[in-house]
Design a protein around this ligand. Structure first.
Ligand code: GDP
Length: 455
């Protein structure tokens, strides 16, 4: 895509340093080279040159690099000037460059945006550049590098390819009269559903096991009233933030707290007890808890271990049934609280796919086990080929998987091929928003405006 305007920005951090780099990208970058350097440097060679002002007086001297389109980061003609890292010199150079026609200052993230729009990188890779620059832990750096190399995009692209095979099949059969359709059409559709479902489950598992979410990990504390949820939030955050009473329904809305465990940042959310209630305010809180749960990475389901075991089992069963029906990408750990009132060990047990940890939020016993359990998953990821995902990516995968399940249901009920085609098209769109193959201006603005100038 050719744009008429050419952009310039410093790509090094403002302030004094030995080297300061300016990047110029666009159709007039060649003009800039001629005016500032007196010539266009040899492509992809480091050339030592003088940088001149309007009156042909030397402003600075340093290295110039010339990357003619399309073999540059942005896919456009790119000139890089590496001068002395003095803000005054950089400022004079920028002013001089801006005095040339059709050159303007780059907006935040605009170099990356152009690279994306010219097909040099996809949206996940553009975000990975931002993540790499802002990474604060070693695992974030590794993850961002892997994402930049396209490991996450690879999984998404595979899923989209599988979907497209299905779509081609469906779209092409729309044009045939019913009697012309293959007699085993239904089997073909079932097979495609089956393959696509496997692919979805694979990517969901990969997200849970291999992704480092750029934002703080979200942990939500849920469970019946009076189980000790607020006490758990307080003891984890070492603050008396939530009101603790033995009156059920004290926490009627959501409480947020940030905690750091072993260098990993978590956002902990305490919720209203999940139970059937006639109280309207409580009802709103409970609905909000279910809403927010889908955006979380880990659920701590707290239960009062001193309760009748049959009631406990019923509560757990109802919760697992409900959460499974939503298909959220979320890990669940059951917290058996008030263990101080029993003679049991403060330990962790795995039953089926779930972990059960006995603790006392009152005395703090068992909390080390819980903390280790929370960080274990993160540490394991560091050993594997992890990548950085953003909450936006996880959300799009969930949107598309839910649409996929809806499509399956509609097909089994109505066998309507047009409805199925429309659902598959929607899924394609949801997935395409991850890598940017489908992207609105609004989405692009939202993403690139969070980058800083020069990226
Ligand atoms: P929530 O409604 O689930 O948020 O429960 P709270 O945190 O408000 O606790 C309800 C009651 O249980 C309060 O009286 C707490 O002091 C008590 N409690 C909470 N955790 C424990 C615990 O581990 N042991 C004992 N013995 N009492 C607890």
């Amino acid at each position: 895509m050719i744009r008429n305007d050419t952009i310039v920005a410093p790509v090094t951090y403002p302030g004094k340093s030995s080297v300061g780099i300016l990047r110029i990208s666009g159709i007039n970058a060649k003009q800039v080279a001629i005016k500032i350097l007196g010539k266009v440097p040899k492509p992809r060679f480091a050339t030592y040159t003088k940088f001149f002002n309007k009156n042909h007086k030397v402003l600075d001297q340093g290295i110039s690099l010339w990357f003619p389109a399309p073999f540059s980061f942005t896919g456009e003609d790119v000139l890089e000037l590496q001068g002395h890292g003095n803000p005054m010199i950089m400022d004079l150079l920028i002013k001089r460059i801006l005095s040339i026609q059709h050159i303007r200052l780059a907006k935040p993230g605009e170099f990356c945006e152009r690279a994306f729009l010219n097909g040099k990188i996809d949206l996940v890779q553009a975000e990975a550049i931002d993540d790499l620059i802002n990474a604060e832990t070693e695992s974030m750096v590794k993850g961002a590098l892997n994402s930049l190399e396209g490991s996450f995009s690879y999984y998404v692209t595979n899923l989209v390819e599988r979907l497209n095979t299905f779509r081609i099949h469906i779209e092409s059969s729309i044009d045939f009269a019913e009697e012309e359709i293959d007699f085993n059409f239904d089997d073909v559709i079932s097979l495609n559903f089956h393959k696509l479902n496997n692919q979805f489950l694979k990517i969901k598992k990969i997200i849970i096991n291999k992704s480092v979410i750029r934002e703080a990990k979200k942990i939500i504390i849920v469970g019946p009233p009076n189980a000790g949820k607020s006490s758990l939030l307080n003891v984890l955050s070492s603050r008396n933030r939530a009101i603790v009473t033995n009156i059920p329904g004290t926490t009627r809305d959501l409480l947020y707290e940030y905690i750091n465990i072993d260098g990993f940042l978590y956002e902990i959310i305490d919720t209203a007890g999940l139970h059937n209630t006639e109280n309207e305010v409580e009802k709103i809180g409970i609905n909000r808890a279910w809403e927010i749960l889908k955006t979380c990475d880990h659920v701590l389901f707290v239960i009062d271990k001193t309760m009748d075991i049959k009631i406990q089992n019923q509560i757990l069963h109802d919760f697992i049934k409900k959460i499974n029906s939503y298909n959220y990408c979320v890990q669940i750990t059951f917290i058996l609280n008030k263990n101080d009132l029993l003679k049991d060990d403060f330990d962790i047990k795995k039953i089926g796919n779930h972990y059960f940890i006995s603790i006392s939020a009152l005395t703090g016993q068992g909390l080390d086990v819980l903390r280790q359990h929370l960080t274990k998953a993160e540490k394991n990821k560091e050993k594997e080929g992890l990548f950085v995902a953003r909450r936006r990516h996880v959300h799009q995968i969930e949107l598309s998987y839910n649409e996929f399940l809806k499509a399956k249901k509609i097909w089994s009920n109505y066998k309507n091929i047009e409805l199925l085609a429309e659902s598959l098209r929607l899924i394609n769109q949801f997935l395409g928003e991850i890598t940017g193959s489908f992207s609105s201006n609004d989405l692009l603005n939202r993403i690139f405006s969070t980058f800083c100038i020069g990226k």
